[in-house]
Design a protein around this ligand. Structure first.
Ligand code: UGA
Length: 459
């Protein structure tokens, strides 16, 4: 075992916990991923990933000698030096992030800590500001209940994640930055040791995840726990705002005949703005932006500090779905009784995650107006069938059968395979060849030449 290798437990094997645990084991640490879901653990023990994430199974198998899985955190945390909490923080009805699972994890961890030892407890979940303090308190209480007051040393640190679904392992191994929120030098030291292979890029990349060319070493941002917690919210809110901003400009572009993709290119070249997250479309979804913007709004309400920009971003995002329906309504002179084929269900390509997906929002709005919906997605159809049995939609095995006799196609998720579709073949088989390109994936000239009435977003 290398002297730098850390014995650690990750509590919560969702996409954040699993990605983090698997990559850290790949980098040389000894990691046990604990999760209460017995089916998930059984699957992981067989070397199978419960989530669709590029490179996951490959890295799991490469890391296998140092990677273990367990159902019960209290049974495995005792021997660890570092325990990382990566459980979900769902939305409360108020919009606030619900810390229930974080507290439960903290309690369970404390139930398994051993007297005479010291531990670093790292909060990776996206949590309400001040959760670090709360976790420290819950741990202390549980230890006191066990009669271990002062007999176990626990330091709590914050370490927000910036992993995007679909590229989570890539983001983990080659981050832009690593942020740690600590209030003592020992926590900073162990976290630096944990991330050293990434900070110094001393590892051999897994074959399917090569180091990006011109990648430079990531900075380690060391700050206090509260600022670290806020960095996470501010990052996600800013990115959501950037997308909503370009979507608002897209609406104006449609009115004046400008092309928002040209506008995004023209402003994105200004390094103060930057080109990323300026793709106009049906708006943002997923498990993070919607939840984190709502949580910031709720935070503002609680603290009497309005979050006007965040609120506007949320409103623009909701409006974006409605605008797409209105444009279909105009193009088809009413959607009731029309057959509409939707390409893409997941909230973005590269994942089968359907949470807050723009596609599903659009489908629901169109079903309310009594359209007949056909859908296709390269990976998320099974998930949709299982999670949304209520949706009265027709699942199609391929885009061509979806288009057959349809009145309109909507491109809702920009899966790369859709870019290669034969647009002429699609349009020729439709009753009315209307294409609403909700992600500006296609070239409007080519789509029109293929026979479509092309409707983009902001172009
Ligand atoms: C987001 C952040 O990008 C990560 O940095 C963060 O760690 C993660 O949330 C999290 O908090 O865990 P993710 O939700 O996986 O990651 O997805 P993104 O790639 O950020 O996309 C979010 C949504 O924005 C998608 O629906 C996507 O279609 C949309 N989007 C993105 C646009 O509409 N336009 C763009 O230009 C970019």
């Amino acid at each position: 075992m290398s002297p730098d290798s850390i014995h650690m437990v990750v509590v919560g094997a969702g996409y954040v916990g699993l990605t983090t645990g698997v990559c850290l084991a790949y980098l040389g640490h000894h990691v046990t991923c604990a999760d209460k879901d017995p089916e998930k653990i059984a699957l992981l023990k067989r070397g199978k990933s419960p989530i669709h994430e590029q490179g996951m199974e490959e890295v799991m198998s490469l890391a296998a000698p140092r990677l273990a899985f367990a159902e019960r955190a209290p049974e495995v945390v005792g021997d660890a030096d570092l325990v990382l909490i990566a459980v979900g923080t769902p939305c409360k009805p108020s919009g606030q992030a619900d810390n229930r699972y974080v507290e439960e994890a903290a309690r369970e961890i404390a139930a398994g800590l051993q007297p005479g030892r010291s531990y670093t407890l790292v909060v990776k979940s996206t949590v309400p500001i001040g959760t670090n303090r709360r976790v420290a308190h819950v741990v202390e209480q549980t230890l006191a209940d066990r009669g271990l007051n002062g007999k176990v040393k626990v330091r709590v640190a914050s370490n927000p994640e910036f992993l995007s679904e679909g590229t989570a392992l890539q983001n983990m191994l080659y981050p832009d930055r690593i942020v740690i929120g600590v209030d003592n030098p020992e926590s900073a030291d162990i976290l630096r040791q944990l991330y050293r292979p990434i900070l110094e890029q001393t590892f051999d990349p897994p074959p399917s995840l090569p180091r990006p060319t011109a990648y430079s070493l990531p900075p380690l941002v060391t700050t206090d726990p509260i600022s670290a917690e806020m960095i996470k919210y501010a990052a996600n809110a800013f990115l959501s705002m950037k997308i909503s901003f370009i979507n608002e400009i897209a609406g104006l572009c449609e009115k004046v005949g400008a092309d928002v993709t040209e506008v995004a290119r023209g402003i994105g070249l200004d390094p103060r703005i930057g080109p990323r997250f300026l793709q106009a479309g049906l708006g943002w979804g997923g498990s993070c932006f919607p939840k984190d913007t709502k949580a910031l709004h709720a935070m503002g309400e609680e603290l009497g500090e309005p979050t006007l920009l965040v609120d506007a971003s949320i409103a623009v995002n909701q409006h974006q779905r409605q605008r797409a329906v209105d444009r279909l309504q105009d193009a088809l002179k009413g959607v009731r009784g029309r057959v509409i084929g939707v390409l893409g269900l997941s909230f973005k390509p590269g994942t089968d995650d359907l949470r807050e997906s723009a596609s599903l929002d659009l489908i629901r709005l169109l079903l309310e107006r009594e359209a007949h919906l056909r859908v296709h997605d390269p990976v998320a159809m099974e998930q949709a069938r299982t999670l949304h049995p209520d949706l009265d939609i027709e699942y199609c095995s391929d885009p061509y059968s979806l288009a057959q006799g349809a009145d309109a196609l909507v491109l809702a998720t920009e899966w790369p395979e859709y870019r290669r579709l034969d647009l002429g073949r699609l349009s020729a088989s439709m009753r009315t060849p209307v294409l609403l390109d909700g992600r500006n994936l296609f070239d409007p000239t080519a789509a029109r030449a293929a026979g479509f009435t092309y409707i983009g977003v902001g172009r």
